[in-house]
Design a protein. Structure first.
Lengths: 250, 437
């Protein structure tokens, strides 16, 4: 589904990703871990199509197609979803209207008509229930005045609505208390199936207790320096990142 | 012949044609003298530093347009707020159009300035209010000299006017270039409440220059909500001079939605003549295409314990220019004044310009005054956020612009009007979001 080949990317001539190779197949859950500044969020943004980052070498394939030149919205229409570490506030646009627009624009891109209002309403209600979101919350301005936990839950709600093929969760656990973490993780697990895939980007092990990865990769200085199974995450939790830095001679 | 000379010589003809009421005649004569002395404002004047009328004044305007009434309601319906019942005072090329209007004399006067200026029963009102708020600056004086038609609204005490009043000026361009000088007088007596929507609309590609004066008098505890929709074509220019005199505990708001026209200058002046008054000035400007919009505001705090709130948002595209010049004067007696002003701007093109200037003159020592202005670009991270959810660039920009003007939109009290303005913005941005914000 996702195939990243020798990806190099930079921002304002500063090289951040220095040769990433990663393959994610349908049905898989991958975790990308690593110390601060290792390039985790950059990798997420580059996959989603943030224009500030320049791919200088290598490429990203999605479903066999090179997507490097596609705009962020075109990648979204193909089924790429990024849950933001810091979701943006948009006053005056309600959660409901925002997600309606997102869904109908995706449908438009696929040559479909708008989703009938009734169907949309039912879908919104079902997904809100799944994430234990209060209906009143849906008429509030997007992310405006939301707590950290509300913002993250809203991200996963949008993911549930858009049903992406590939979901990248960038530090979704930060700012969540233990109850919210459980709700968010449950939501992700319920949406998971054999045809879609999840990439969890995290600094800590705790989210991985709930969303169990098939593979764990350690990112350091713009490269994946170690890959393994979920046991690797436990090891990192216990020992920190320093031993890896030493191991790769950084 | 230069426009100034043409206007001066036309004045003689004009005074012959209209009524011979000596009271109004004297005011007009005084006004034309003032205009003759001062002439059109130039960029040398501080208040006109960023707005030049030079190009506009080169057109050969017809000062007394021929009457043209060939407008059918169905052709201009879209310029009205038609989904609710309203009073309408409609003018075509400066002349009253009875078939498009719906006026009343039932318990209040929603009618014509020409009637007020000439009929004896209005004489007292005219003596008390006509030209009592307008300044003696050159453009208001020019309007005063030629004042003959416009809206006249007089709401008696304790009256809640349930239907909004729409004042619409159409120009048909049956002459190559037209100059219009509408004059509105609005008197709202104690405890009364009225909502007014004003619009100037050119239906032609011929140049139109409108120099409008509106005087509003809000008595004790009166509430006046005034909305100006400025969405004219690229050949039409507007100089709007509006003056509001407020008595104690009155609340007056003016919302100015400036989306179109070649050049728009809004001279908006509030005078607080009593205690516990609230004055609200809000605006959204969205322009591009070499358009120019200048908001020049004045709030004069004369007595203690009053408030004023100014909030202007501007979005400027390709080759457009914006000006915001907000002046707040707090007199020595006006202690405990709360005066707030904010002007936020987004430039969406490298070729757009905004000049913003707060001007505070505070002579009292126990006041709260704040002002702030920002100039920025559309938030890149917000754009990426929306696009990553599948919302294309154009639609994402539109959503951000709505979000940006949300504070002002939210204080529009007529839902149908708010909806209409939202639609105008959507049209302007070329998007259809499928829902009303």
């Amino acid at each position: 589904m996702l195939k990243i080949n020798n990806l190099h990317a930079s921002v304002e001539d500063k090289s951040i990703l220095k040769g990433i190779n990663l393959e994610v197949k349908p049905g898989e859950v991958h975790a990308i871990m690593g110390p601060n500044g290792s390039g985790k969020s950059t990798l997420a943004s580059v996959i989603a199509g943030k224009e500030e980052y320049e791919v200088t070498k290598g490429n990203i394939e999605f479903d066999g197609e090179d997507i490097d030149e596609l705009a962020a919205e075109e990648r979204a229409h193909k089924g790429v979803f990024l849950s933001f570490q810091y979701p943006v506030e948009i006053p005056g646009v309600s959660v409901t209207n925002f997600i309606k627009t997102a869904i109908n624009e995706s449908r438009k891109a696929k040559g479909l008509d708008d989703m009938p209002a009734k169907e949309m309403l039912k879908l919104i209600r079902d997904k809100a229930d799944l994430l234990e979101i209060d209906r009143k919350f849906l008429s509030r301005s997007l992310n405006e005045g939301f707590s950290g936990g509300e913002k993250k839950r809203n991200e996963i709600f949008q993911m549930a609505m858009l049903e992406p093929k590939l979901a990248i969760l960038d530090e979704t656990d930060s700012g969540l208390d233990i109850d919210a973490l459980r709700i968010v993780a449950n939501g992700v697990n319920k949406l998971k199936n054999k045809d879609n895939a999840v990439v969890v980007i995290t600094h800590y092990q705790r989210l991985l207790d709930h969303i169990v990865p098939d593979f764990v990769h350690v990112l350091h200085n713009g490269k994946i320096v170690k890959s393994g199974t979920k046991e690797l995450a436990h090891e990192l939790e216990k020992k920190g990142y320093d031993w890896i830095k030493e191991e790769v001679g950084a | 012949m230069e426009l100034k000379e043409k206007l001066l010589s036309s004045f003689m003809v004009f005074e012959d044609k209209v009524d011979i009421d000596t009271y109004v005649h004297d005011i007009r004569n005084e006004a034309i003298k003032t205009f003759e002395e001062k002439g059109f404002p130039t960029k040398k004047e501080e208040a006109w530093k960023y707005t030049s009328l030079n190009k506009l004044l080169k057109e050969d305007y017809s000062v007394f347009p021929k009457q043209e009434n060939a407008i059918e309601y169905r052709d201009v319906k879209k310029y009205f707020i038609y989904d609710i019942d309203t009073y309408k005072i409609v003018f075509i090329d400066g002349k009253y159009s009875s078939h498009l209007s719906q006026t009343t004399h039932d318990g209040m006067d929603v009618c014509l300035m020409s009637a007020a200026l000439t009929k004896p029963k209005y004489r007292l009102v005219i003596e008390n209010y006509f030209n009592k708020a307008a300044t003696k600056d050159s453009l208001p004086s020019l309007n005063t000299a030629f004042s003959s038609e416009g809206a006249y609204i007089h709401i008696p005490k304790n009256k809640l006017v349930e239907k909004p009043i729409q004042i619409i000026h159409f120009s048909t361009g049956n002459e190559s270039a037209t100059m219009l000088q509408p004059r509105n007088l609005i008197v709202v007596e104690e405890n009364s409440h009225v909502q007014i929507i004003e619009r100037h609309q050119s239906l032609t590609s011929n140049p139109v220059l409108t120099n409008s004066v509106t005087e509003v008098f809000a008595k004790k505890r009166a509430i006046v909500d005034y909305y100006k929709i400025q969405n004219d074509n690229l050949k039409a220019s507007l100089i709007d001079n509006t003056f509001l005199k407020q008595k104690q505990e009155s609340i007056c708001s003016v919302h100015t939605f400036a989306f179109g026209g070649k050049l728009i200058r809004n001279n908006l002046n509030f005078y607080q003549e009593g205690q516990r008054i609230d004055s609200i000035l809000k605006g959204v400007t969205i322009i591009g295409n070499k358009q120019h919009v200048d908001h020049n505001t004045l709030v004069h705090h004369i007595e203690p314990n009053c408030e004023s709130h100014q909030d202007y948002k501007g979005i400027f595209g390709e080759n457009s220019t914006g000006v915001f010049n907000g002046k707040i004067v707090v007199e020595k007696e006006a202690q405990k004044t709360n005066a707030f002003q904010s002007n936020n701007n987004i430039l969406i093109s490298d070729k757009a310009t905004i000049n913003t200037k707060p001007q505070l003159e505070i002579f009292a020592d126990d006041v709260k005054c704040s002002h702030g202005c920002t100039i920025g670009q559309l938030d890149e991270s917000a754009m990426f956020y929306m696009r990553s959810r599948g919302i294309p660039e154009k639609e994402a920009k539109a959503l951000l612009m709505y979000a940006f003007s949300n504070d002002v939109m939210n204080s529009v009290k007529i839902p149908e009007l708010k909806q209409r303005i939202t639609k105008i913005i959507a049209n302007k941005l070329g998007v259809n979001l499928g829902f009303d914000l």
